[in-house]
Design a protein around this ligand. Structure first.
Ligand code: ADP
Length: 185
């Protein structure tokens, strides 16, 4: 599924984010930046030790990465040029600022990608694995945040949501359909 917001394509695919030949892939990291399971584990396994090395140096400089923020490192051996590490919110019922933090994680990630001169970016479904964010709700927030930023004007050519399961892809497709009713093209 594919839609245009501003001059950027927003694409939904099912797949493995470590296999995407794009300028940057976004990692659903945790604040320690020292690796974990899910997307994070897959990115470090496929990209090799250069990514973790740079994460360690970043943490020495800036400390833990707070939820909603994003930083850039090398992509090591991945078929991408950069990894953008962001931290989503842990789901605690939805009334503890989770939607705003999730939206910020996407917007900050796109901001880092633009600053790094990227044209194409792959993003995962942040917070919906270990962090427990219900995928239907996360899809609405994620797509709303990304589409809003793109509609305001962006040098990015493509933002590709890479969803791991058919269920996740279906949730994002439904949310993108509803978003169109709200004004997307
Ligand atoms: P979080 O800690 O932010 O919840 P996770 O990595 O645990 O992040 O999960 C986020 C989502 O990414 C989940 O839907 C999970 O199924 C999915 N996922 C796991 N591995 C990959 C991968 N290699 N490519 C794309 N998505 C993945």
């Amino acid at each position: 599924m594919e839609r245009r917001f501003g001059s950027t394509r927003l694409v939904l695919v099912q797949g493995d984010i470590t296999r995407q030949a794009v300028d940057a892939v976004v990692n659903a990291a945790n604040g320690s930046l020292l690796g974990g399971g899910g997307v994070d584990g897959a990115i470090h396994r496929a990209g090799g030790p250069a990514i973790l090395q740079e994460c360690r140096e970043l943490v020495k400089r800036i400390g833990r990465l707070p939820p909603g923020q994003a930083v850039v490192t090398t992509a090591g051996r991945l078929p991408a040029r950069h990894v953008i590490h962001t931290v989503g919110p842990v789901w605690r019922g939805g009334d503890r600022g989770e939607p705003a933090l999730l939206a910020s994680a996407y917007r900050e990630s796109l901001a880092r990608a633009e600053e790094a001169g990227c044209r194409t970016v792959a993003v995962p479904s942040i917070s919906t694995g270990a962090y427990g964010y219900p995928v239907d709700l996360a899809a609405e927030v994620a797509l709303g945040a990304v589409a809003g930023r793109l509609a305001a004007g962006s040098p990015l050519e493509e933002v590709r949501f890479v969803l791991f399961s058919t269920g996740d892809l279906a949730a994002y497709e439904t949310a993108l359909d509803l978003l169109e009713v709200a004004g997307g093209r």
